[in-house]
Design a protein around this ligand. Structure first.
Ligand code: ASP
Length: 332
């Protein structure tokens, strides 16, 4: 029976649990805080159509009470390894010099972070990001340094530029016009956020970035706080779309902070998109050329999403199944 005394005891334990968790970085104490019976867990969300398949891989981990960190890594590796997904990992579109350069980051429930940017020749940048997190004193490695580290960890050097992408790049070279259009499928990202059965959050984000970008260009996806953010006390968010715009507002950190202020995941995503809308207008730029989408998940397993214009969807897998949802948007 839950009486007031028990409730107070649980609340006190919950508070102590959170403090202890923050201090020692132990996960089991968080159970006390969130075990209210109202938490929708486990649950995983990810961006775009390829999120459906990615969620299936993540769910295999989550349904067996695995850690959200392992789930998100396993999930995003699906489109990373798929040569037909030409905006992520193996088979991704190259930069304007014909080089496939990949960006990825990962964040766990203890705020451990790892990231790689402008990484070439490695099929699974998310796993390299995880190794940066777990095996180095740093949080981000870029370019040749990231490749050198990956090879030292046993990753294989591979050719990531496949025929279809090379053909498209050669066609692009005829005009060499860099115009990343909203919802034209030459760039995308898989961002994935999950809450596991223990009530812990993690996230992963990986992309080949904007097709035909300048060599060395890095978007939001490998930048903790921009393309991904996780706060195990509050929630998690990830982004897709024009990375320059996401970085401008430190998008995913903003979404999580808005949830901390009491906003639902849906309202937090809406407010972050409105910040982009306002800054774009203030700078005299045309909003029609911009697409950014956020997805967010809070500690209770509630989720939401919002984007600048129509065309963005995301996949959600919980105990009721796996489904695609069209995100609501600003420009009607
Ligand atoms: N956010 C990615 C980037 O700017 C691309 C995308 O998600 O469409 O590199």
């Amino acid at each position: 029976m839950t009486n007031r005394r028990n409730f107070l005891k649980t609340t006190a334990l919950a508070t102590a649990g959170v403090a202890f968790q923050a201090f020692k970085g132990k996960s089991e104490e968080t159970e006390i805080n969130i075990n209210s019976g109202k938490v929708n867990k486990p649950i995983v969300l990810s961006t775009w159509n390829f999120g459906l398949q990615a969620n299936e891989a993540a769910w295999e981990v989550l349904k067996n009470k695995g850690r959200a960190l392992d789930a998100v890594e396993a999930g995003v590796k699906i489109p990373e390894g798929d040569p037909n997904e030409r905006s992520v990992g193996y088979g991704g579109r190259p930069d304007r010099d014909g080089r496939v350069t990949l960006d990825a980051c990962i964040m766990d429930e203890f705020s451990n972070i790892g990231s790689v940017a402008c990484l070439e020749h490695i099929k699974h940048p998310i796993s390299v990001a995880r190794m940066v997190m777990e095996k180095t004193p740093h949080v981000m490695l870029v370019g040749d340094g990231a490749l050198q580290f990956a090879l030292s960890q046993g990753f294989q050097k591979e050719n990531l530029l496949l025929e279809a992408s090379e053909k498209e790049w050669k066609e692009w070279l005829k005009t060499s016009e860099y115009l990343p259009k909203a919802n034209i499928e030459n760039h995308d990202t898989i961002g994935m956020i999950a809450l596991d059965a223990q009530g812990n959050l993690s996230g992963a984000c990986t992309t080949s970035g904007m097709a035909f970008k300048m060599h060395g260009r890095v978007g939001d996806s490998p930048i903790i706080g921009a393309g991904l953010y996780v706060d195990n006390e509050i929630g998690a968010a990830t982004a897709t779309g024009h990375g320059e715009e996401v970085i401008r507002i430190t998008g995913c950190h903003l979404v999580v902070e808005l949830m901390r202020q009491g906003k639902s995941p849906q309202k937090a995503c809406e407010e972050a998109v409105m910040r982009i809308v306002k800054l774009t207008q203030n700078r005299g730029k045309n909003l029609k050329n911009i697409q950014v989408g956020f997805i967010a998940l809070n500690k209770k397993g509630e989720y939401g999403s919002y984007c600048v214009q129509g065309g963005f969807n995301y996949a959600v897998h919980d105990a009721t199944g796996n489904k695609l949802i069209d995100a609501n948007y600003f420009l009607k």
